[in-house]
Design a protein around this ligand. Sequence first.
Ligand code: B16
Ligand code: MG
Length: 217
Amino acid sequence: MENRAVIFDLDGVLTETSRAHFLAWQALAKSLGFELPDSVEDAVRGISRLASLEIVLEAGGMTDRFSQPEKVALAEKKNAMYVEQIKGYTADDLFEGADELLRMLKVKGYKVALASASKNAPFLLDAMGIADRFDAVVDPATLKNGKPDPEIFLKAAELVKSFPENCIGVEDAYAGIESIRAAGMKAIGIGKPEVLSNCETVYPDLKTALDDYFSTL
Ligand code: B16
Ligand code: MG
């Protein structure tokens, strides 16, 4: 259990799919007859598909409008629109610095794991050519609780045989930072400090995090 590990979120950390997720939610809202304001984007960041749907329906004043099977169908419709956006993804869609960072961590002896809430994560890792850089990928279907619960980060640490105190978690979502902190790990935020107000160490993008933090490890 002495392994040191870096545990990555995917959407919004290694590639800009957070935006693609939100565009699909906006398209779903439109099909239901309302505009989903940009202000909801940070609220659904990192949140599981069905939990995100509840937030979207609430924004449209439709909280009690649909049965559970109808909600599942709506979530599938959103996913189909999301998958349409990511189906052509390649290594070119990785954020600047992602490839270099994953290589550098291996050289420095870190285990590398993925803690993404997305069921599309394995597809994206393959499409972007980085699947083999990960020592472990948590399957979100095996989890009881989504972010901000620590379960996904604790599971990742367990898979790479690391104690939480030897792990660094990297996230773009407020809920994800909560998850990392509750797991007892060092949190690195990627994004805006005002959005990630629960994180002490925030970088505007992955490349800056690589240059200013990870290269000094
Ligand atoms: P899916 P992450 C999260 O991925 C996304 O941030 C969030 O917007 C999405 O709803 C969730 O995955 C579930 O994704 O619908 O593809 O299963 O940020 O944890 O990598
Ligand atoms: Mg994310």
